[in-house]
Design a protein around this ligand. Structure first.
Ligand code: PRP
Length: 213
């Protein structure tokens, strides 16, 4: 936390771009960030006394929990999986998709019968709490790092827990969404101490964002 500055952590990529577009609408701009070729990691708006940095999505909740960033914008999937001590204060309404249990149509009955199946996912915590706490179904979770749809095709698992946006990855691989785990979108998160210490500034930003979405 740098004295006097409000620091915002953004998830690198499409989400960061959309977030800055929204911030611009409420008068929060950052010229430095607009240069797409820059290798700079942190950007400052001296006039507004604000700093912005880009981080890997998974790390955004970590920066916010420890107060290295006062606020952050990241997907609900990352927030749920990281499960950090922070406040989730606003749904920005973009980056909408769904976390789903997916698999071949034949896996429907395995879910229905509560069979002990294998679940491949990039989101082991989300998958575990869905099956254990919500469905009371014992499953084996297998952590993967990408191209999760491969798992049921090659027989690593019966189903997957993954993000579905347009559904085309599933369709092109003969899979379908079988159950919805949770709806997802970009959210604003705030450090617990900053919420008290910088309450006025943060509340004002959130209020303006709300009016804009
Ligand atoms: C995500 C997700 C699905 C796909 C869903 O993968 O894991 O594979 O997007 O999108 P769709 O429903 O529009 O087809 P991403 O491209 O982020 O890469 P990954 O496979 O490495 O996770």
């Amino acid at each position: 936390m740098l004295e006097g500055y409000l620091t915002v952590a953004l998830a690198k990529g499409r989400l960061a771009k959309k977030t800055m577009e929204l911030f611009e609408k409420i008068g929060i701009t950052c010229r430095e960030m607009e240069d797409e070729k820059t290798r700079k990691l942190i950007f400052v708006n001296e006039e507004l006394k604000m700093r912005f940095f880009l981080a890997k999505a998974n790390d955004v909740p970590t920066y916010v929990e420890y107060g290295a960033a006062d606020m952050g914008v990241v997907g609900k999937d990352t927030i749920a999986e990281e499960n950090r001590a922070l406040y989730e204060v606003l749904d920005l309404g973009f980056g909408k998709c769904r976390m789903c249990v997916c698999g071949p149509a034949s896996a429907k009955k395995l879910l229905l019968n509560h069979e002990q199946i294998r679940v491949a996912t990039k989101y082991p915590l989300i998958a575990k709490s869905y099956f254990n706490d919500q469905k009371h179904q014992t499953v084996e979770i297998i952590k993967l790092n990408g191209s999760i749809e491969l798992a049921p095709i090659v027989g690593l698992s019966e189903v997957i827990v993954d993000i579905v946006e347009t559904g085309s990855t599933l369709r092109e691989n003969g899979l379908e969404a079988l159950e919805e785990v949770m709806p997802l979108s970009a959210r604003v998160i705030v450090n617990r101490v900053s919420m008290k210490r910088e309450n006025e500034r943060i509340t004002a930003i959130i209020k303006k964002l709300k009016e804009c979405i």
